[in-house]
Design a protein around this ligand. Structure first.
Ligand code: F6P
Length: 366
């Protein structure tokens, strides 16, 4: 059997551990493994690739990569085969679906199956390839933890661990300076990273997209801390967190321009909390730091289990599925059930209940 591996979308710590596991588990079965560069661009747009567009992967190529961040295959979210960007005659950029062509190129290159590692976008591509007769197994990846049907995606644990370390550091500087420290973390429209890192790091307020926030509530919590003799506060904000309707009116005229230059929601919260509390506030955007670096031990193990499970699924004749972590064990879910389904923090989750019980302000109660 000749299989191709592709890593798509944003990178996440653990991608290399998946590649390593797929290659080693394939070699044990006597299969041949190849990596496609930059998502599927190695096949769709080889001249755009920085290295060999399609490369043979053997035990030597994956030696020692399990501990490395990023992906040796490269990845991109600018070349989604379902929405491939094309320049139109008038100079504007449109998009076309190139999955039919991709399925043909995979066949022409003699690939019997594909392991597609990625987030919801990659699972949608995998589902489209499956519909076009390609045997494909998906492997869930994202630091955001927003893929449905799996308890874990690799990358999340590493991101939460690093964010927690940063929050720990921000506590000591905030404490010394009697400041409000605001930390913005990634997560798209889901609050998993903010909630977990905020709780682990002992944040005093956590703002997530699932709960529209009122900064008046956060300011009241900060004032209450001050009154109790605690003159620093730490606020974690998910990048997708939104104020309740109308709250943004605090930002008038010229200030809006300044905030746009400063950045996103973290800068806005910093500015508004300074106005509401009269305290010195500072914000930090952790951004892509959360995606970089070496995967945690947990992510290395999950990624390895996912990679080996993908090969096992192919050996069992499966296709059109994503490997997923179920109740303690790895199983498979049909791609048709995964594509387009994302997972946000349930409002009735015990983690949210715990946050409230710990006295963490979630921005919804003044
Ligand atoms: O999906 C992972 C993620 O890290 C999100 O949390 C974030 O919004 C996004 O990628 C940023 O991606 P990029 O900067 O690569 O476009």
């Amino acid at each position: 059997m000749k299989i191709a591996i592709s890593t798509g979308g944003g990178d996440a710590p653990g991608l290399n551990a998946v590649i390593r596991a797929v290659v080693l588990a394939s070699i044990r079965r006597g299969w041949e493994c190849w990596g496609i560069r930059d998502g599927f661009n190695g096949l769709l747009d080889p001249q755009q690739c920085t290295g060999e567009p399609v490369m043979r992967l053997d035990a030597t190529s994956v030696y020692g990569i399990g501990a490395l961040g990023g992906t040796i295959l490269g990845s991109t979210n600018r070349a989604d085969p379902l929405h491939y960007p094309v320049r139109q005659a008038d100079g504007s950029v449109g998009e076309i679906d190139r999955t039919e062509e991709l399925a043909r190129l995979l066949r022409e290159n003699g690939f019997d199956a594909v392991v597609s590692v990625g987030g919801d976008g990659s699972m949608a591509i995998a589902a489209a390839l499956h519909d076009k007769g390609v045997r494909v197994v998906g492997v869930p990846k994202t630091i955001d933890n927003d893929l449905d049907h799996t308890f874990a995606t690799f990358g999340f644990d590493t991101a939460v661990g690093f964010a927690t370390e940063c929050i720990d550091r921000l506590h000591s500087t905030g404490y010394s300076q009697h400041r409000v420290m605001v930390v913005e973390v990634m997560g798209r429209y889901a609050g998993w990273i903010a909630l977990h890192a905020g709780m682990a790091g002992g944040a005093h307020a956590i703002l997530i997209p699932e709960i529209p926030y009122e900064l008046a509530a956060v300011a009241a919590a900060i004032r209450a801390r001050d009154a109790a003799g605690h003159h620093h506060s730490l606020v974690v904000v998910a990048e997708g967190a939104e104020p309740v309707r109308g709250e943004r009116t605090v930002l008038a005229g010229a200030e809006t321009g300044r905030l746009e230059r400063l950045g996103g929601v973290g800068a806005r919260v910093e500015h508004e909390l300074a106005g509401l509390t009269g305290k010195e506030c500072r914000s930090v955007v952790l951004g892509h730091l959360l995606r970089g670096g070496s995967p945690s031990a947990f992510d290395r193990v999950v990624a390895s289990r996912f990679g080996a499970a993908a090969v096992r699924a192919l050996a069992l004749g499966q296709g059109g599925v994503m490997v997923a972590l179920g109740d303690g064990a790895i199983g498979t879910v049909p791609l048709s059930e995964v594509a387009g389904h994302t997972k946000t923090v349930p409002l009735d989750s015990d983690t949210l209940a715990t946050a409230r019980e710990l006295g963490i302000c979630l921005g919804d109660q003044a």
